[in-house]
Design a protein around this ligand. Structure first.
Ligand SMILES: Cc1cc2nc3c(=O)[nH]c(=O)nc-3n(C[C@H](O)[C@H](O)[C@H](O)COP(=O)(O)OP(=O)(O)OC[C@H]3O[C@@H](n4cnc5c(N)ncnc54)[C@H](O)[C@@H]3O)c2cc1C
Length: 413
C-alpha cells in the first residue's frame, strides 16, 4: 500500500468520518482529505430528533470524534467547504472557490437532504426541516415557546419530533397522506401500534390528507390548509416528508446513478477509483442479491469498514442486514431486516402488543424477512440468525414466548 497516495472523502458526517477511521485502522498511511459542507465536526444525527432535541442529551455526545482525533490521525479536515465539481479524467474534486484536490481514490459520503414542499407558503418563516445540528438547535430553542405544532409527514422523524413536542407540552397535529403512520415501511399491522402510541399521548392525526398550503400571517407560518378545506392553526410547521440522496456530483460526473450512487457489493461505483457509503449509496447487497439504499445510522456506521477495505484493494463485500432504532415516549425499538412495501404475507407477534412489549416478525413463505423488538432487548442477534436461516419457520412456535428464539434457529447466520 503506497503512502504517497491521496484518498479524498467528500461528505464529513458519520459515513465519512468512520471511513477515515477505517482507512487508518486498516493501515492506510497515505494522505486523507475529509471535506464537509457543514461547519461542525462530523456528527451523528439520531439524537437530533430525540435526546438532543428534548434537551436531555449533551451536545458533545453527538460528535463522531473529538476535534483532536483528526490531527492525531493525520486526517486533513476541510469543514464548511462544499465540493461543486468532480472531474474524473483529471482525478480532482473542486470546491466552489476553485480549490482543487487530486485523488487516487475517492469516497462520496454525501448523504441525503430532506425533501421540501412546493405548496404556497412552504418557504415562510416558521416552516422547518430537520436534518442538521443547526436545524435541531433551532427546533430545540423553539419547542418551549410553542403552543401548537403541525408536522407534515408521519415517518420516523415526524413521529420522533411529535413525541418530543408532546413531552414539551406542545399541541401536535400530524398530517399524513396515507391512512396510517409508517405504512410503507411497516405495513398496517405494526403501523397501528405507532398510531395508537401517539394518539394515547395526545397527538391529533389527520390521515389520508393532502396539503394545499402553509398559511402565513405577516410572512410567518400560522397553520396549514388541507385538501378538504380544513384549517389547522399552528405557531410552527415541521416538514418531514423524506429525503433524497445527494448524488448530483456523481451524476454530473457521469457515474451510474439510480436512487443514489449505484455500487457493487464492494461499494465501488461504475468508476473503479470512486466509492460511496451511507445514505447516498445504493449498493448491491450480497445477501438480498439486489441493490438496496438504506437511510439509517447503522449502515453509515458499518459500510465504512467494507468501503475502506475495498479502497485499499482488498476483496470485501457488504452483506449486513439493515438495522435501525427509534425512541418515542416510553417506546424503544430496534428493527432488523428488509421488506419491500407489501412484500410479506404474514406478521407474527410474539409478546404483549397492548403493553408494547413484543417482537413482530414479517414473514413470506414461512421465511422471516425482518423483525422488530419493541421494549424487548438483546434479541437482535437471534432475529438476524432467523432472517439468515435457510429453512422455513413455524409461525405458531415463533409467536410462543415459551419457545426460546435460539431454538427456532436452524442455520446460524
Ligand atoms: C433527525 C434525524 C434522526 C435520525 N434518527 C435515526 C435513528 O433513530 N436511527 C437510524 O438508524 N437512523 C436515523 N437517522 C438517519 C441517519 O442519521 C443517517 O442514516 C446518517 O446520518 C447517514 O449518514 P451519512 O454520513 O451517510 O450522511 P449524512 O449524515 O447526510 O452526511 C452527509 C454529509 O455530507 C455533506 N455533503 C453533501 N454534499 C457535499 C458536498 N458536495 N461537499 C461537501 N460536503 C457535502 C453534507 O453536508 C453532510 O454533512 C436520523 C436522521 C436524522 C436527520
Amino acid at each position: 500500500m503506497s503512502s504517497s497516495e491521496t484518498f479524498v472523502i467528500v461528505g464529513a458526517s458519520l459515513a465519512g468520518a468512520k471511513a477515515a477511521q477505517a482507512l487508518r485502522d486498516q493501515g492506510f498511511a497515505g494522505r486523507i482529505v475529509l471535506i464537509g459542507a457543514e461547519q461542525h465536526l462530523p456528527y451523528e444525527r439520531p439524537p437530533l430528533s430525540k435526546g438532543y432535541l428534548a434537551g436531555s442529551a449533551e451536545r458533545e455526545k453527538v460528535f463522531v470524534h473529538p476535534e483532536s482525533w483528526y490531527a492525531e490521525h493525520d486526517i486533513e479536515l476541510c469543514l464548511n467547504q462544499s465540493v461543486s465539481r468532480l472531474d474524473r479524467d483529471a482525478r480532482v474534486v473542486e470546491l466552489a472557490d476553485g480549490t482543487q484536490f487530486g485523488y487516487d481514490k475517492l469516497l462520496l459520503s454525501t448523504g441525503a437532504s430532506p425533501r421540501a414542499l412546493s405548496v404556497p407558503g412552504a418557504d415562510a418563516e416558521g416552516v422547518h426541516l430537520l436534518r442538521t445540528l443547526d436545524d435541531s438547535d433551532t427546533l430545540r430553542a423553539l419547542l418551549p415557546t410553542l403552543s401548537r405544532l403541525v408536522v407534515i409527514g408521519a415517518g420516523w422523524i415526524g413521529l420522533e419530533v411529535a413525541a418530543a413536542a408532546r413531552e414539551a407540552g406542545v399541541e401536535v397535529t400530524v398530517v399524513e397522506s396515507a391512512e396510517l403512520p409508517l405504512l410503507r415501511v411497516l405495513g398496517p399491522e405494526v403501523a397501528r401500534v405507532f398510531a395508537d402510541l401517539h394518539v394515547q399521548h395526545g397527538v391529533d392525526f389527520r390521515f389520508n390528507a393532502s396539503l394545499t398550503e402553509i398559511r402565513t400571517s405577516a410572512g410567518r407560518a400560522s397553520g396549514v390548509t388541507l385538501g378538504d378545506g380544513t384549517v389547522i392553526e399552528a405557531d410552527a410547521v415541521l416538514v418531514a416528508v423524506g429525503v433524497t440522496p445527494n448524488s448530483q456530483l456523481a451524476e454530473a460526473a457521469g457515474l451510474s446513478v439510480d436512487n443514489g450512487i449505484l455500487l457493487d457489493s464492494s461499494l465501488c461505483s461504475s468508476d473503479w477509483r470512486i466509492f460511496a457509503a451511507g445514505d447516498v449509496a445504493n449498493a448491491m447487497n450480497a445477501l438480498y442479491n439486489k441493490h438496496i439504499r438504506v437511510e439509517h445510522w447503522a449502515n453509515a456506521l458499518n459500510q465504512p469498514t467494507t468501503v475502506a477495505a475495498s479502497m485499499l484493494g482488498q476483496r470485501a463485500h457488504y452483506d449486513q442486514l439493515p438495522y435501525f432504532f427509534t425512541d418515542q415516549y416510553d417506546l424503544g425499538m430496534e428493527y432488523v431486516g428488509h421488506v419491500d412495501p407489501g412484500g410479506y404475507d404474514q406478521v407474527v407477534f410474539r409478546g404483549d402488543v397492548a403493553a408494547r412489549e413484543f417482537i413482530a416478525f414479517w414473514l413470506k413463505d414461512n421465511r422471516v424477512l425482518a423483525g422488530m423488538n419493541v421494549n424487548v432487548w438483546d434479541v437482535t442477534d437471534d432475529i438476524k440468525r432467523l432472517i439468515r436461516s435457510e429453512t422455513g419457520i413455524d409461525a405458531g412456535r415463533l409467536a410462543d414466548t415459551g419457545t426460546p428464539l435460539s431454538e427456532l434457529v436452524t442455520v446460524a447466520g
